[in-house]
Design a protein around this ligand. Structure first.
Ligand code: FAD
Length: 488
């Protein structure tokens, strides 16, 4: 029952891992949330074994069975895998795809392909941790080993702790410690040698299942260019056009100001090391502000690692049993973008139509669900988890608990966003609202944030018929939220 062998320091030289090389004919590299072949820690280590490498992806039925057949993430994953398959084939190998429970498939494949060792990059989510422990245990029973490497973050697990050896639960000191510990080595690319001549020959590789065969023939279109090529293009565009102004523009959803790289980070089609290295090299105000966002991502990952219960419970114990009224008709109006608050509705429609929502809007829409509609944050979290292309348990849970004031954030529960003033501030000319709520497009820049307060409306527009009246009164709901949280 050997636990996964974890190489915590990504600066380890290849020599250190080859002192005890596996004695199999194949090394198995298992792709999960690292869908790229460059700057990839586990792939590099598999190749360093000196054995022909077989790259494997499992469409894990434990996960697939929980997804609706329209899930647009499958398209992103599938197309990213096709790109990997093309590269592997060009180098004389192939991608081996299987469908089934990952904890069974991987040990079976290792036996079938004569691999004594399985290489993978670490995944810190509670399900992934349980799965990897099971895989490692099953492999051990048949005399095989599981090697897991840090890849998707710069610092993982307990690499960063407070002076008293405890996990950080407050962002600013975590961020300072992160920046202090960062050395050029940490963001150095982990070069993968050329693949030609180093891969297991393709004989016997099963055909990759189509999306229809996987049960996702109805998947909604994914509007984001997938794969490492899509990530590269997006990153280049961000670096050339926007990173310098990121700190000024990032809060305005109507402006193209952010990187839109979250889905690529989620699925590992781009390396975090590359992004951090670029930000540090640039060093400007925009780049440093952006680097901080990348650190938020790591902050939430280490929080979930240390406090896996936060995935299902409020981080602050006093808010575990808040008696939310949970009006399901209000939940539905929020989900559909029919709350009567234009910016909230535009945000939810952006999510429904594209699988993405701007960060400022995630904060406002989440606050509105919890503090205005008095609905349990976990219901909102679940909806985002279903719809977001970039859904990441750590960031989503962290973001929701932040907005709900149930998380580790120091801000008290009486931070309640006003959906109208937020709209006036961050979408001043209503550009974003007009894009997603076209029925309000003809309203002027003042009226568009709160149409029910307008003295006159454009001809032909009737509130309650063409666009809803607000389902709640913000001022009244705010008082109810204060009372609900204040009683705890
Ligand atoms: P950029 O502004 O370009 O930032 C660069 C990267 O930094 C992002 O791609 C992301 O990886 C990371 N990042 C930025 N902001 C945050 C943040 N607040 N927390 C953690 N990481 C951050 N992000 C997800 O990746 N997946 C989620 O499921 C998710 N759910 C969220 C739910 C709520 C309620 C909130 C408030 C935030 C959530 N976020 C989530 C964080 C953030 O909104 C997105 O990462 C960001 O909007 C993605 O757009 P971008 O790639 O253009 O970001």
């Amino acid at each position: 029952n050997k636990p996964p062998d974890t190489k915590k320091d990504n600066t380890l030289s290849d020599n250190q891992t080859t002192t005890n090389p596996p004695v199999s004919k194949t090394a198995l590299y298992w792709l999960r949330r690292d869908l790229r072949l460059e700057d990839n820690h586990a792939l590099r280590q598999a190749l360093a074994s000196g054995l022909p490498v077989q790259c494997v992806f499992v469409f894990d039925s434990n996960i697939l069975n929980t997804l609706p057949p329209t899930d647009r993430r499958l398209g992103f994953i599938w197309q990213s895998l096709r790109e990997i398959q093309d590269t592997l084939r060009a180098a004389g190998g192939d991608l081996w795809c299987e469908t089934g429970p990952a904890q069974d498939v991987i040990p079976r494949l290792a036996a079938q392909l004569g691999a004594d060792a399985v290489y993978a990059n670490e995944d810190y989510e509670p399900y992934a941790r349980r799965r990897d422990t099971m895989v490692a245990q099953t492999l051990a029973t048949i005399g095989k080993t599981f090697h897991a490497y840090k890849d998707q973050v710069i610092f993982a697990r307990d690499e960063l702790l407070t002076a008293s050896g405890k996990p950080f639960t407050v962002f600013t000191p975590y961020c300072n410690a992160w920046l202090k510990k960062l050395s050029p080595q940490h963001s150095q690319a982990l070069t993968v040698p050329p693949l030609t001549g180093r891969l297991r020959p393709p004989a016997g590789t099963p055909a990759m299942p189509s999306l229809t065969e996987l049960g996702f023939g109805q998947a909604e279109p994914c509007l984001l260019a997938p794969g490492a090529s899509g990530a590269k293009e997006l990153f280049a565009d961000f670096c050339q056009q926007r990173i310098q102004r990121y700190h000024q523009q990032r809060d305005y959803p109507g402006v193209k100001g952010v990187s839109y790289l979250s889905t690529h980070l989620r699925f590992g089609t781009i390396s975090i090391r590359q992004l951090v290295q670029f930000a540090c090299f640039d060093g400007g105000e925009g780049a440093m502000c952006w680097l901080k966002e990348l650190i938020w991502r790591e902050f939430y990952q280490q929080l979930l690692w240390h406090f896996p219960d936060a995935a299902t419970h409020s981080f602050k114990p006093q808010y575990r049993d808040l008696p939310f009224p949970n009006r399901l008709d209000w939940l539905e109006s929020w989900q559909k973008g029919l709350s009567g608050y234009p910016l909230i509705d535009a945000a939810m429609r952006q999510l429904n139509q594209t699988g993405y929502m701007h960060n400022r809007l995630r904060m406002i829409a989440a606050s509105f669900l919890v503090k205005d509609l008095l609905i349990d944050w976990r219901l909102g979290e679940r909806y985002f988890a279903e719809k977001l292309l970039d859904f990441d348990l750590a960031s989503n849970n962290g973001g929701w608990q932040w907005a709900a004031s149930t998380g580790c954030d120091a801000q008290p529960y009486f931070r309640i966003f006003n959906p109208v003033t937020q709209s006036q501030k961050f979408d001043p000319d209503g550009r974003f609202i007009r894009r997603y709520v076209p029925e309000l497009a003809a309203l002027n820049d003042q009226a568009i944030h709160a149409p029910w307060q307008a003295k006159t409306l454009p001809e032909g527009l009737k509130l309650g018929r063409d666009y809803p009246l607000p389902i709640v009164d913000h001022a009244k709901q705010r008082q109810l939220a204060l009372a609900l949280f204040g009683k705890q």
